[in-house]
Write a protein that binds this ligand. Structure first.
Ligand code: GUN
Ligand code: ZN
Length: 433
C-alpha cells in the first residue's frame, strides 16, 4: 500500500490565531497526501506534493474545500430525537421534553439503532471528533461506543449520572454508577479512538455521594475526562446555591469533589464570576460554548472574551438536543453572531479555530487532530458548494480565499458536506458508500 493524494482548496489553522498572526493557511490548488496508516504525509501545492509522491492514487475533489474534521465538544446522545422540544427555560425543558426522551433509551434495541444513526449523522455533518453525554442505561452506552468504534469517529463519552431531581427511571444508585462506569472504561481501553468521560449531569442532578464517587473515579482513572454543565441559566445558578449552601460558587461544588482537571469540560459557563474564571484558569479546565442551545433555551450570551482573557481553553458544541442542528459548521456562524452582540468581532481564522485546532487543544488531542500537520490523523471533510448556484456565485465575487472562507463559514452547512474521512478512510458520503 502507498499514499493517497486528495486535491482541492485546503484550509486549516497552523497555530492559535488569537495569539499569532498568519495562523490561517489556505492553499488554493492544494494537495494532501495520506500515508497507509491514515496519517497526513504531506500538505502543499499540488505540484510539490505530486513530485514528492509520484505514481500515487489521486482523488480529485475539483473546486471543493478540504477542511479538518470538526470537533463537537458537547452534545447528548439520548437527546438525538429530542431536538426542537418545547420548554420555558432549561429546567422546564429538562422536565417536560428531555427526561421523557432520555427514558426511551432503556430499550436496548431502540438505543442500538439510535446509536448507529447518531454516529452516521455526526459524520455526515463533517464531525470527526465528538464529546457526548451518554445515556443513563449501560446497554445504550455500550451500543454507542460500539457504533463509534465501527465507524472510526473519535468519541469521548460517558454514562450520564444522576440520582436526584428527575423521574425514577433515569436515576441510579452510586453502586450502579460505579459498576457501569468501570465496565465502560474497560471497553474504551480496547480502542485508542474511544475515550471515557465521567459524566455527572450537573450539580442539581447529583447527591454529594454521587459527586464523591465521580471524584473517586477520576482519581483512579486519571486518563478519563470529566464533562458536566455549569452556569447555564440564572434560575439554575440560584438553585445550585440553594442546594449547596456551603460552597462559595457553582464551580466550587465540582472543585470540592475533586472534579476539576485539564480534562474537565464545562458546558455553557455564561454566568461565571471572576472568582470562578480565576479558578478555572488555575486548574486549566475547559469551557464549551454552545451558541444555538443558549439562544434556543434563552439562557444568555457566552462571554468568550472574558474566558480568553483568563487563558481558558474554549471549545464549541452543538449541545443536541437544546441545540437546534447537528452541524458544528453552522454553530460557528451562530457563535460569531453571539460575539457580535457583545462587540467582539471574530475574523475567519479565529472563528474557524474554535471548531478545529482550538477544539483539539481544548480536548488535549492536538497531537492527533485539529489541522493538517504531518503525522496527524487524516480526519477531514469535503465541502462542495458547486451545486448551490447562489453560493457558487457569491464565492465568485470574493477577492481572496480568506474572504471565501468567511462566506463559507456563514453560508455553507451540512448540505454542502460531500464526504467525510476518518484516518484517511471514507466514512460518510452524499453518494452511497
Ligand atoms: N443541564 C443539565 N442537563 C442539561 C441538558 O441536558 N442540556 C442542557 N443544555 N443543559 C443541561
Ligand atoms: Zn448539555
Amino acid at each position: 500500500m502507498t499514499e493517497i493524494i486528495h486535491t482541492g482548496t485546503i484550509a486549516h489553522l497552523r497555530s492559535d490565531p488569537f495569539a499569532e498572526e498568519n495562523a490561517l493557511e489556505i492553499i488554493e490548488r492544494g494537495a494532501l497526501a495520506i500515508d497507509p496508516s491514515g496519517r497526513i504525509a504531506s500538505l502543499g501545492e499540488r505540484k510539490t506534493v505530486f513530485d514528492a509522491f509520484p505514481e500515487t492514487q489521486i482523488v480529485d475533489h475539483g473546486n471543493a474545500w478540504l477542511i479538518p474534521g470538526l470537533i463537537d465538544a458537547h452534545l447528548h446522545f439520548p437527546q438525538f430525537y429530542a431536538t426542537a422540544g418545547f420548554g420555558n427555560g432549561l429546567l422546564d425543558w429538562l422536565d417536560n421534553t428531555v427526561y421523557p426522551a432520555e427514558a426511551r433509551f432503556a430499550d436496548a434495541t431502540f438505543a442500538k439503532t439510535a446509536a448507529e444513526r447518531f454516529i452516521e449523522h455526526l459524520l455526515a455533518c463533517g464531525t470527526t471528533t465528538a464529546m457526548a453525554f451518554g445515556s443513563q442505561f449501560y446497554a445504550a452506552n455500550a451500543a454507542l461506543f460500539e457504533a463509534a468504534g465501527r465507524s472510526g469517529i473519535r468519541l469521548i463519552a460517558g454514562m450520564t449520572l444522576m440520582d436526584r431531581n428527575a423521574p425514577a427511571a433515569l436515576l441510579g444508585t452510586v453502586d450502579q454508577a460505579a459498576d457501569a462506569t468501570e465496565k465502560l472504561i474497560a471497553l474504551c481501553r480496547e480502542n485508542p479512538r474511544l475515550h471515557y468521560a465521567i459524566t455527572p449531569r450537573f450539580a442539581l442532578s447529583c447527591s454529594p455521594q454521587l459527586l464523591e464517587l465521580c471524584g473517586w473515579l477520576l482519581k483512579h482513572h486519571p486518563e478519563s475526562y470529566v464533562q458536566t454543565h455549569i452556569n447555564e441559566t440564572r434560575q439554575e445558578v440560584a438553585a445550585v446555591h440553594a442546594a449547596f449552601p456551603q460552597n462559595r460558587h457553582y464551580l466550587d461544588v465540582y472543585d470540592s469533589f475533586g472534579l476539576l482537571s485539564e480534562r474537565t469540560v464545562l458546558a455553557h459557563s455564561i454566568y461565571t464570576t471572576e472568582a470562578e474564571l480565576d479558578r478555572m484558569a488555575e486548574v486549566s479546565c475547559v469551557v464549551c460554548h454552545c451558541p444555538t442551545s443558549n439562544a434556543y433555551l434563552g439562557s444568555g450570551l457566552f462571554p468568550l472574551r472574558r474566558h480568553l482573557e483568563h487563558g481558558i481553553r474554549v471549545a464549541l458544541g452543538t449541545d443536541i438536543g437544546a441545540g437546534t442542528q447537528f452541524s458544528v459548521w453552522r454553530e460557528l456562524s451562530e457563535a460569531y453572531k453571539v460575539q457580535q452582540l457583545q462587540g467582539f468581532c471574530l475574523n475567519a481564522g479565529r472563528l474557524f479555530y474554535l471548531a478545529t485546532l482550538g477544539g483539539a487543544k481544548a480536548l488535549g488531542l492536538e497531537r492527533e487532530v485539529g489541522n493538517f500537520e504531518t503525522g496527524k490523523n487524516a480526519d477531514f471533510f469535503v465541502l462542495d458548494y458547486e451545486e448551490d448556484r447562489y453560493l457558487a456565485a457569491r464565492l465568485n465575487r470574493c477577492e481572496s480565499a480568506a474572504e471565501q472562507l468567511f462566506c463559507l463559514l456563514h453560508l455553507a452547512d451540512e448540505r454542502h458536506v460531500d464526504s467525510t474521512y476518518v484516518q484517511g478512510r471514507l466514512a460518510a458520503s452524499r453518494k452511497p458508500l
